[in-house]
Design a binder for this molecule. Structure first.
Ligand SMILES: [Zn+2]
Length: 259
């Protein structure tokens, strides 16, 4: 039995348990270069959610992992077939309803485990701040290891590059497009520079039109990916994020929380 995984457990188990923390993962349905599945972000959310909750549960945390929301914000990917969009305001409503379901069930410590760069969720936390009793935490898991990124990977990854492909090779290799010689069916994941230098430098930001930025939806070269790199990354994420879940589960909801 894996009582931390709500999709797998049953009412006979849940009725006798108390959960302190809920983890709500958020994925997407979008193309990932030519070689990774449309569900890549959702698979990553499932995988990382499961691994961190399993480790936290083993260390005594009262944590439950919810099923992943499989759609995210894709407004800038709609030139690609079957990118499936939830506008930011729609996604915020979905999250708000799920948060209130958890509050109704007595779970007030809620972690949004975001797997998709197009999901801009900080405004959701701000908006719900005075509207819910829940204490909301946001984890963009792909932004939790910038300090160690280059100890595992050669090239910076944005979308469907070395990092995501390594995760896929480690945990769902049957879904990775490969040629008979074992090479990836991917292109090089090259991205076009913006005509405005201030945008390239990050002084000015835009929502990038993905079909103009990329060649086949990939941003980042995937060809140095290996399963071993994917496993090392998950070990690192478990070390960092499971430790947080254990602390969060044990923390009393007093009036100074979270300080
Ligand atoms: Zn992705």
């Amino acid at each position: 039995m894996r009582p931390w995984n709500l999709a797998e457990t049953n009412y006979g188990t849940v009725k006798n348990l108390h959960y302190e923390v809920a983890v709500l993962p958020l994925g997407a349905t979008e193309p990932h270069n030519l070689h990774l599945p449309y569900s890549m972000d959702t698979l990553e959310a499932d995988l990382i959610g499961d691994k961190i909750c399993e480790a936290a549960h083993a260390r005594g945390a009262q944590v439950v992992l919810l099923p992943t929301v499989p759609y995210g914000t894709q407004t800038n990917q709609m030139e690609f077939p079957l990118a499936m969009n939830l506008n930011p305001a729609t996604l915020a409503i979905v999250i708000g309803d799920l948060v209130e379901s958890l509050v109704r069930h007595g779970i007030l410590k809620i972690v949004l485990l975001n797997s998709h760069g197009g999901n801009d969720l900080k405004p959701v936390l701000r908006e719900l701040f005075n509207q819910t009793q829940a204490k909301l935490f946001l984890c963009n898991w792909y932004a939790t290891f910038n300090d160690l990124y280059h100890t595992i990977f050669e090239r910076k990854d944005d979308h469907a590059g070395e990092m995501e492909t390594s995760l896929a090779l480690a945990y769902c290799p049957e879904l990775v497009g490969q040629n008979p010689d074992g090479s990836l069916t991917a292109d090089e994941g090259r991205t076009a520079p913006c005509r405005f230098e201030a945008v390239n430098r990050g002084w000015i930001s835009i929502t990038r039109p993905w079909h103009l930025l990329t060649t086949n939806a990939g941003a980042g070269n995937p060809h140095a990916a290996t399963a071993e790199k994917g496993r090392r990354l998950v070990d690192l994420l478990v070390e960092r994020l499971a430790a947080f879940l254990v602390e969060l589960s044990a923390a009393p909801l007093d009036e100074r929380f979270p300080y």
